[in-house]
Design a protein around this ligand. Structure first.
Ligand SMILES: *[C@@H]1O[C@H](CO)[C@@H](O)[C@H](O)[C@H]1NC(C)=O
Ligand SMILES: *[C@@H]1O[C@H](CO)[C@@H](O)[C@H](O)[C@H]1NC(C)=O
Ligand SMILES: *[C@@H]1O[C@H](CO)[C@@H](O)[C@H](O)[C@H]1NC(C)=O
Length: 216
């Protein structure tokens, strides 16, 4: 090998110099170009990494963040309403109405929940129950379910509070429920969510209407 190099070298001087200058100049140029290209790629890759991190962050903070659905009573349609507050008998009420239960799901995946019990209370005493049937609220939508409810004052042990409330022409009920279900994201990620409902329904006794509905 050493010999061959020695053989080659003597031939070089005359016309190799200018060529080698050109060559070295162009190789320098191409080296510089390669270096610039490498920097460019590095910048692209870094920018892409930053962009992707941003996308993942936004995704994690919006799409993948599972929020608790909201359960409320949206509307009440009274079918029958009877109240007694005069005469010898104790004050009483008997109502049948359709409560429209709304399940608002703001997630990017559907919320599937089981049957659950909706409880109605008067002054802390359970006066009626109804079943919210199992259903599925689609992604970013509100599921509406009509639930028939029957409540009456038979379970009350004391009616003095009711008597005074009815005499002011009002009847106030409290409704509570807790759903049990899960939000499903991208068909793989499942997260349990148990939103609670707590509403106050105020009926107007003289007009037999729902006067006020307040859900938290
Ligand atoms: C109210 O009183 C009437 C007559 O006394 C009775 O027929 C009715 O069932 C009572 N209603 C309720 C809700 O208790
Ligand atoms: C849910 O309720 C319906 C009636 O409303 C009943 O037929 C069904 O068996 C219940 N399912 C469960 C899992 O309790
Ligand atoms: C019941 O409704 C009527 C008609 O809207 C109203 O005039 C009355 O004040 C209401 N009663 C009560 C106790 O708010």
């Amino acid at each position: 090998m050493a010999e061959k190099e020695q053989q080659v070298h003597p031939l070089a001087p005359a016309d190799k110099h200018p060529r080698s200058d050109e060559e070295s100049a162009s190789s320098l140029q191409s080296k510089e170009l390669k270096r610039k290209k490498r920097i460019k790629y590095a910048v692209y890759i870094a920018a892409f990494a930053v962009f992707q991190t941003g996308v993942i962050l936004v995704f994690a903070l919006t799409v993948m963040r599972v929020k608790n659905p909201k359960v409320r009573i949206g509307r009440v349609t009274i079918e029958t309403m009877e109240t007694n507050n005069t005469g010898a008998a104790a004050a009483s009420f008997d109502l049948k109405f359709i409560a429209q239960v709304t399940v608002k799901n703001t997630n990017f995946g559907h919320y599937k929940f089981d049957n659950s019990t909706m409880t109605f209370l008067y002054d802390g005493v359970i006066v009626g129950e109804a079943i919210i049937p199992k259903a599925r609220a689609r992604a970013r939508s509100t599921k509406k379910l009509d639930v028939t409810v029957e409540v009456n004052s038979r379970a009350l042990t004391t009616t003095t509070g009711l008597e005074s409330e009815l005499s002011s022409n009002l009847l106030t009920l409290n409704s509570q429920a807790k759903l049990k279900g899960q939000v499903e994201l991208m068909k793989v990620m499942k997260k349990k969510k148990s939103p609670e409902m707590n509403c106050i329904l105020t009926f107007n006794v003289s007009t037999r209407n729902l006067q006020d509905l307040n859900c938290k």
